[in-house]
Design a protein around this ligand. Structure first.
Ligand code: PEP
Ligand code: CO
Length: 436
């Protein structure tokens, strides 16, 4: 039995939806996937950095031009900060154009004596607590495909040159940074980036967006198996099989059992795979997963996305780094400082503290340095919108502020300012390490 699957009541309907999806055009192509794979090889070797980020869960209702563009802008700004600060090319991967399915800790939710299926993301049901809204509806998979296609279409169009306004200073307004010394330091970085952008514009006849055709790859958790299987295809008879609904699927923490259906599914596709690991992941367990998912130990195949939490990373990550290194397993290490740092406040609101997120990332850099391994990327939950979901950051959001613009139905995201601040924090950390 596959874990974390909704209990669809109407099997005929489910089969009919799968049949329809199997005949839809794919969202991505094998050659794009192979390009990403080779970039991940570079990141694992320390010659590139992976920036992966986006919503915890996309919503159909948020498939809107402003929301999509703002999210891309934040990712692009962050990547410019990282390119400048790390002196490395950055690969941008969004948690978007398909991030619609969520694992849940319980199959059901109870309220006022009524027990209903849990909300499992827009691809399955609706968050409102009602019998109709919560019924898993197979036809939502078609809507998920359509919303993914619309999102990706706009992302591809914007990537062709819609970001020419990045060089305007007002775009980099750092008014949220209250601390004077930090503000000055950030301003220096921004000035240097703007100067580089102006220089590139001066020597190129194209607007900046075209200089490096701003490309974004897509990723989502490969959770809802009937959907993923519908896009699992091979172009020619003897060609490799790919999941063509996304460039970069990942296996979530709750479904990463070596004998489980999700690992079995992922084994059969050639896409690069993300694998979430954290508290409870044992050294032996991890090696068996790597053997199962990457029997030939190919570079670029596996990205280990570690998500321990600021309090647990030191004890949890060190043995895994040592063991994977000792066994000679090739992986790209990325840090997800979000999912181990979620907490529920006394009023029931789920949040994350910016300081814990930053601390987990900084500790990850140090632990990798201590072990001679390379932290080649980050995995974040963020939005370009001005939400108030995570506590802290330069603007000093507090518990009392969270109600103002809390929008997530699932995990709390960094807002645009907090996300940019985190990119600066990475650069500061790297500089401090290098100057030691
Ligand atoms: C997620 O990335 O939204 C998620 C559920 O993560 P994890 O599987 O690491 O808990
Ligand atoms: Co999440």
């Amino acid at each position: 039995m596959a874990e974390q699957q909704p209990a669809f009541e109407d099997e005929l309907k489910l089969n009919s939806v799968v049949g329809q999806l199997q005949n839809k055009p794919p969202l991505v192509t094998p050659w794009e996937i192979e390009n990403l794979r080779s970039q991940l090889v570079d990141a694992a070797a320390g010659n590139r950095f992976l920036l992966q980020g986006g919503d915890c869960a996309e919503r159909f209702s948020e498939c809107r031009p402003d929301i999509i563009a703002n999210r891309l802008k934040v990712l692009l700004q962050m990547s410019l900060v990282l390119v400048y600060g790390l002196r490395l090319p950055v690969t941008r991967v969004g948690r978007f154009a398909g991030q619609y399915a969520k694992p849940r800790s319980s199959d059901v939710e109870e309220s006022n004596g009524q027990v209903l299926p849990s909300y499992r993301g827009d691809i399955v049901n609706e968050p409102e607590f009602g019998r109709h809204a919560r019924r898993p509806a197979p036809e939502r998979m078609i809507q998920a495909y359509e919303h993914s296609a619309m999102t990706l279409n706009y992302i591809r169009a914007l990537g062709e040159g819609g970001f020419a306004d990045l060089h305007h200073p007002e775009y980099w307004n750092l008014g949220f940074v209250r601390h004077e010394s930090l503000r000055q330091e950030y301003q220096q970085i921004v000035d240097a980036i703007l100067e580089a952008l102006h220089f590139m514009e001066a020597v190129s006849t194209n607007p900046i967006g075209d200089v490096d055709r701003v490309s974004f790859y897509t990723s989502h958790e490969a959770l809802l198996l009937p959907y993923e299987e519908s896009f699992t295809r091979r172009a020619l008879k003897d060609a490799p099989t790919y999941n063509l609904s996304t460039h970069f699927p990942w296996i979530g923490k709750r479904t990463s059992h070596v004998d489980g259906a999700h690992v079995e599914y992922a084994r059969g596709i050639r896409n690069p795979l993300g694998l979430k690991i954290g508290p409870g992941t044992t050294t032996d367990g991890l090696i068996s997963l790597l053997e199962r998912l990457n029997p030939d130990n190919e570079a670029g195949r596996i990205t280990l996305i570690t998500r321990f939490g600021a309090n647990q990373i030191a004890d949890g990550l060190a043995p895994l780094l040592a063991h994977v290194e000792r066994e000679g397993r090739l992986v790209l290490w990325a840090c997800d400082p979000m999912h181990g740092n979620t907490e529920t406040l006394s009023n029931g609101i789920k949040t994350r503290r910016f300081d814990n997120i930053k601390s987990e990332l900084e500790q990850a850099f140090d632990l990798h340095a201590d072990h001679g391994t390379i932290l080649g990327g980050v995995h974040l939950e963020l939005t370009g919108e001005n939400v108030t979901e995570c506590i802290g950051g330069a603007r000093g959001l507090e518990e009392e502020d969270l109600h103002r613009a809390y929008q997530s139905q699932v995990d709390p995201r960094l807002n645009g300012e907090q996300a940019l601040e985190l990119a600066f924090a990475i650069v500061r950390k790297r500089r401090a390490m290098l100057s030691k």
